[in-house]
Design a protein around this ligand. Structure first.
Ligand code: HEC
Length: 150
Protein backbone atom coordinates (compact mmCIF):
# COMPACT_ATOMS: atom_id res chain seq x y z
CA UNK A 1 0.00 0.00 0.00
CA UNK A 2 2.64 2.55 1.08
CA UNK A 3 4.82 1.27 -1.76
CA UNK A 4 2.21 2.44 -4.21
CA UNK A 5 1.32 5.62 -2.40
CA UNK A 6 4.90 6.90 -2.48
CA UNK A 7 5.12 7.52 -6.24
CA UNK A 8 1.57 8.91 -6.30
CA UNK A 9 2.39 11.42 -3.58
CA UNK A 10 5.62 12.30 -5.35
CA UNK A 11 3.75 12.93 -8.59
CA UNK A 12 1.21 15.07 -6.71
CA UNK A 13 4.01 17.15 -5.22
CA UNK A 14 5.63 17.64 -8.62
CA UNK A 15 2.31 18.68 -10.16
CA UNK A 16 1.60 21.05 -7.28
CA UNK A 17 5.09 22.50 -7.72
CA UNK A 18 4.56 22.98 -11.44
CA UNK A 19 1.19 24.63 -10.84
CA UNK A 20 2.87 26.98 -8.35
CA UNK A 21 5.60 27.90 -10.84
CA UNK A 22 3.04 28.53 -13.54
CA UNK A 23 1.11 31.10 -11.56
CA UNK A 24 4.39 32.71 -10.52
CA UNK A 25 5.53 33.18 -14.11
CA UNK A 26 2.07 34.40 -15.14
CA UNK A 27 2.35 37.12 -12.52
CA UNK A 28 5.80 38.01 -13.83
CA UNK A 29 4.44 38.17 -17.37
CA UNK A 30 1.66 40.44 -16.09
CA UNK A 31 4.22 42.97 -14.86
CA UNK A 32 5.86 41.98 -11.60
CA UNK A 33 5.04 44.62 -9.02
CA UNK A 34 1.65 44.39 -7.28
CA UNK A 35 0.62 47.70 -8.87
CA UNK A 36 1.41 46.35 -12.34
CA UNK A 37 -0.42 43.08 -11.65
CA UNK A 38 -3.45 45.03 -10.41
CA UNK A 39 -3.39 47.24 -13.51
CA UNK A 40 -3.26 44.16 -15.74
CA UNK A 41 -6.37 42.74 -14.03
CA UNK A 42 -8.33 45.72 -15.32
CA UNK A 43 -7.02 45.51 -18.89
CA UNK A 44 -8.96 44.18 -21.85
CA UNK A 45 -12.64 43.71 -22.57
CA UNK A 46 -15.20 43.82 -19.79
CA UNK A 47 -16.51 40.44 -18.61
CA UNK A 48 -19.81 40.83 -20.48
CA UNK A 49 -17.82 41.18 -23.72
CA UNK A 50 -15.28 38.40 -23.20
CA UNK A 51 -17.47 35.74 -21.56
CA UNK A 52 -20.11 33.35 -22.86
CA UNK A 53 -23.08 32.75 -20.59
CA UNK A 54 -23.35 29.25 -19.16
CA UNK A 55 -26.88 29.12 -17.65
CA UNK A 56 -26.19 25.98 -15.56
CA UNK A 57 -23.13 27.52 -13.93
CA UNK A 58 -25.00 30.80 -13.43
CA UNK A 59 -27.75 28.96 -11.50
CA UNK A 60 -25.13 27.37 -9.24
CA UNK A 61 -23.60 30.82 -8.83
CA UNK A 62 -26.96 32.23 -7.76
CA UNK A 63 -27.16 29.57 -5.04
CA UNK A 64 -23.55 30.26 -3.98
CA UNK A 65 -24.33 33.97 -3.76
CA UNK A 66 -26.64 33.03 -0.87
CA UNK A 67 -24.59 30.16 0.59
CA UNK A 68 -21.36 32.19 0.65
CA UNK A 69 -23.16 35.10 2.33
CA UNK A 70 -22.54 37.55 -0.51
CA UNK A 71 -26.17 38.54 0.06
CA UNK A 72 -25.36 40.03 3.45
CA UNK A 73 -23.51 42.87 1.70
CA UNK A 74 -24.62 42.74 -1.94
CA UNK A 75 -27.70 42.62 -4.12
CA UNK A 76 -28.29 43.12 -7.81
CA UNK A 77 -30.28 46.31 -8.26
CA UNK A 78 -30.07 47.50 -4.67
CA UNK A 79 -27.35 49.11 -2.58
CA UNK A 80 -26.74 47.27 0.66
CA UNK A 81 -23.58 47.64 2.79
CA UNK A 82 -21.47 46.91 -0.33
CA UNK A 83 -21.75 47.99 -3.97
CA UNK A 84 -24.88 47.24 -6.01
CA UNK A 85 -23.74 44.50 -8.39
CA UNK A 86 -26.15 45.48 -11.18
CA UNK A 87 -24.15 45.83 -14.40
CA UNK A 88 -20.90 44.75 -12.75
CA UNK A 89 -19.94 42.55 -15.75
CA UNK A 90 -20.09 45.72 -17.89
CA UNK A 91 -17.78 47.57 -15.46
CA UNK A 92 -15.14 44.95 -14.68
CA UNK A 93 -13.09 42.29 -16.42
CA UNK A 94 -13.51 38.61 -15.56
CA UNK A 95 -10.00 38.45 -14.07
CA UNK A 96 -10.58 41.51 -11.89
CA UNK A 97 -13.81 40.07 -10.47
CA UNK A 98 -12.21 36.71 -9.85
CA UNK A 99 -9.40 38.23 -7.83
CA UNK A 100 -11.82 40.47 -5.91
CA UNK A 101 -14.00 37.48 -5.04
CA UNK A 102 -11.17 35.10 -4.14
CA UNK A 103 -8.65 37.48 -2.58
CA UNK A 104 -10.29 40.72 -1.44
CA UNK A 105 -7.45 41.41 1.01
CA UNK A 106 -4.91 41.51 -1.82
CA UNK A 107 -7.18 43.79 -3.84
CA UNK A 108 -7.66 46.17 -0.93
CA UNK A 109 -3.92 46.40 -0.53
CA UNK A 110 -2.98 46.73 -4.18
CA UNK A 111 -5.88 47.57 -6.49
CA UNK A 112 -6.90 51.21 -6.93
CA UNK A 113 -10.51 50.39 -7.91
CA UNK A 114 -11.08 48.16 -4.86
CA UNK A 115 -9.47 50.79 -2.62
CA UNK A 116 -11.73 53.46 -4.08
CA UNK A 117 -14.80 51.32 -3.42
CA UNK A 118 -13.66 50.58 0.12
CA UNK A 119 -13.37 54.32 0.78
CA UNK A 120 -16.77 54.97 -0.78
CA UNK A 121 -18.54 52.23 1.21
CA UNK A 122 -16.36 52.52 4.32
CA UNK A 123 -16.24 48.74 4.44
CA UNK A 124 -13.82 45.95 3.54
CA UNK A 125 -15.14 42.99 1.60
CA UNK A 126 -14.79 39.83 3.67
CA UNK A 127 -12.94 36.79 2.34
CA UNK A 128 -15.63 34.11 1.96
CA UNK A 129 -13.13 31.29 1.23
CA UNK A 130 -14.45 30.94 -2.32
CA UNK A 131 -12.83 28.17 -4.37
CA UNK A 132 -11.80 28.61 -8.00
CA UNK A 133 -14.79 26.75 -9.50
CA UNK A 134 -17.15 28.58 -7.17
CA UNK A 135 -15.73 31.94 -8.21
CA UNK A 136 -16.34 31.04 -11.87
CA UNK A 137 -19.96 30.17 -11.06
CA UNK A 138 -20.47 33.40 -9.08
CA UNK A 139 -19.09 35.41 -12.00
CA UNK A 140 -21.44 33.56 -14.36
CA UNK A 141 -24.34 34.57 -12.13
CA UNK A 142 -23.19 38.22 -12.19
CA UNK A 143 -22.81 37.97 -15.98
CA UNK A 144 -26.35 36.60 -16.33
CA UNK A 145 -27.78 39.41 -14.21
CA UNK A 146 -25.81 42.04 -16.14
CA UNK A 147 -27.08 40.74 -19.48
CA UNK A 148 -30.66 40.48 -18.16
CA UNK A 149 -30.52 44.04 -16.83
CA UNK A 150 -29.48 45.65 -20.12
C1 HEC B 1 -18.78 42.13 4.46
C2 HEC B 1 -19.51 42.54 3.28
C3 HEC B 1 -19.21 41.82 1.99
C4 HEC B 1 -19.34 40.49 1.68
C5 HEC B 1 -19.74 39.34 2.60
C6 HEC B 1 -19.03 40.36 0.27
N1 HEC B 1 -18.70 41.57 -0.25
FE1 HEC B 1 -18.22 41.97 -2.19
N2 HEC B 1 -17.76 43.86 -1.70
C7 HEC B 1 -17.94 44.44 -0.45
C8 HEC B 1 -17.38 45.77 -0.46
C9 HEC B 1 -17.38 46.73 0.70
C10 HEC B 1 -16.83 45.97 -1.75
C11 HEC B 1 -16.03 47.18 -2.24
C12 HEC B 1 -14.54 46.84 -2.16
C13 HEC B 1 -14.08 46.63 -0.75
O1 HEC B 1 -14.29 47.50 0.10
O2 HEC B 1 -13.55 45.54 -0.44
C14 HEC B 1 -17.14 44.77 -2.51
C15 HEC B 1 -16.84 44.60 -3.85
C16 HEC B 1 -17.29 43.53 -4.62
C17 HEC B 1 -17.26 43.47 -6.06
C18 HEC B 1 -16.82 44.58 -7.00
C19 HEC B 1 -18.01 45.54 -7.16
C20 HEC B 1 -17.84 46.60 -8.19
O3 HEC B 1 -18.71 47.47 -8.29
O4 HEC B 1 -16.86 46.58 -8.90
C21 HEC B 1 -17.74 42.24 -6.41
C22 HEC B 1 -17.88 41.69 -7.82
C23 HEC B 1 -18.08 41.55 -5.19
N3 HEC B 1 -17.82 42.37 -4.12
C24 HEC B 1 -18.61 40.28 -5.14
C25 HEC B 1 -18.83 39.59 -3.96
C26 HEC B 1 -19.21 38.18 -3.89
C27 HEC B 1 -19.43 37.29 -5.10
C28 HEC B 1 -19.31 37.86 -2.57
C29 HEC B 1 -19.60 36.51 -1.97
C30 HEC B 1 -18.62 35.47 -2.23
C31 HEC B 1 -19.03 39.06 -1.82
N4 HEC B 1 -18.74 40.08 -2.68
C32 HEC B 1 -19.07 39.16 -0.43
C33 HEC B 1 -18.54 43.85 0.63
C34 HEC B 1 -18.80 42.50 0.75
Amino acid sequence: MTGRLGPILLAAFILAGLAGCKSGSEEKAAGGSPAEIAAALNEGPRAAESMTLNPGLASWGEQLFKDKACVTCHAVGERKQGPDLAGVADRRTERWMKRQIMDPEWMLKNDPIARGLMAEYALQMANQQVKDAEANALIQYLLRETLAGR
